[in-house]
Design a protein around this ligand. Structure first.
Ligand SMILES: [Zn+2]
Length: 315
């Protein structure tokens, strides 16, 4: 009986250890391209109850913007005009509400007019029946992913060849209002917008797979995605040719794009989308994969778009 008791204690201990390991502290995945601390901290901060689900036009959305802007300042991204904030008006059930997109820029080193626009929405559903919809996966994770890409290009002494424009959309999930407002008055001539990389819901790659859409619409993208997939911590699988359901309003302007979403994110958003339910290890692998996709697009944009190669950088 006593032996049985000891065995039981050992078994329970092992189960406990497995559980802890499975949850994955943020130290467990060692990223090569960004520091995990600020990335995890951004998701935690944006999905905090105090922000009440970041609904457009609320104090919570304003606080979300303050967090993102302080990170854009720390990373020294450039502004378009005199502010990171780009407000626009939208009609929400008969009421005029102010939506605010955020834009930060990293200048490219090559003589190219082609800009890569990297996008994620920061808004979420607010509260419903007294429950906060925190939106940790949807889409605090994508916002943190964008900032990790920015950190990669700013801090690792690997500036991009092409100018990168990071855009954080407001009111995107429900109405695609943020991306439509961006395209209605683009901050630079529309023909200079060459490509869109879109991140939405990065945190739930339950079977280690990342969905991409967009590649099937542009055959030149397929080999690039296959190469990234071989190196990246997650597999990249393409959605079907008409699978542009992950895309945003930029696609309506015929912009070539890649949209990334973790494979386990098919479920409808609900109040369980909290920071505590996020698998940090998987999330960090998703972010690293997204950084690698961004790097590949910058490296090979001319190939992707069927343009002549860039002139040599030496003057
Ligand atoms: Zn979303």
């Amino acid at each position: 009986m006593r032996t049985f008791g000891i065995i039981l204690v050992v078994i329970l201990g092992l189960i406990g250890l497995t559980f802890v390991a499975g949850r994955g502290g943020h130290e467990s995945y060692d990223s090569k391209t960004f520091k995990p601390g600020p990335v995890i901290g951004m998701v935690k901060g944006l999905s905090d109850d105090a922000l009440e689900g970041r609904q457009t036009g609320t104090e919570g959305a304003k606080r979300a913007r303050e967090m993102i802007i302080s990170r854009l300042q720390a990373l020294e991204l450039l502004k378009v005009g005199n502010s990171y904030a780009h407000p626009y008006e939208l009609d929400l059930e008969g009421q005029t509400v102010e939506g605010v997109n955020l834009i930060g820029v990293i200048g490219g080193t090559a003589k190219s007019r082609d800009r890569i626009v990297i996008t994620a929405h920061y808004d979420h559903l607010g509260t419903k029946d007294g429950e906060i919809y925190n939106g940790a996966d949807d889409n605090a994770s994508g916002v943190a992913g964008l900032l990790a890409i920015a950190e990669h290009f700013k801090r690792r002494k690997s500036p991009p060849k092409h100018t990168l424009m990071f855009v954080f959309f407001d009111n995107e999930d429900a109405m695609k209002a943020g991306s439509k407002a961006f395209m209605a008055e683009p901050p630079l001539p529309q023909k200079q917008l060459a490509f869109n990389l879109s991140l939405d819901q990065l945190a739930r790659a339950e079977d280690g797979v990342f969905w991409t859409s967009g590649a099937a619409l542009a055959p030149t993208l397929t080999p690039v995605m296959e190469r990234v997939s071989k190196e990246a911590p997650l597999d990249l699988k393409q959605l079907a040719a008409n699978g542009n359901d992950l895309a945003n309003g930029l696609v309506e302007a015929d912009l070539p794009y890649i949209a990334l979403r973790a494979s386990g994110a098919e479920t409808t958003p609900d109040a369980t989308d909290t920071f505590d339910n996020l698998h940090q290890d998987t999330f960090l692998k998703s972010v690293e994969t997204a950084v690698m996709v961004a790097q590949a697009i910058d490296n090979q944009l001319e190939d992707l778009l069927g343009l002549p190669p860039l002139p040599s950088q030496e003057e």
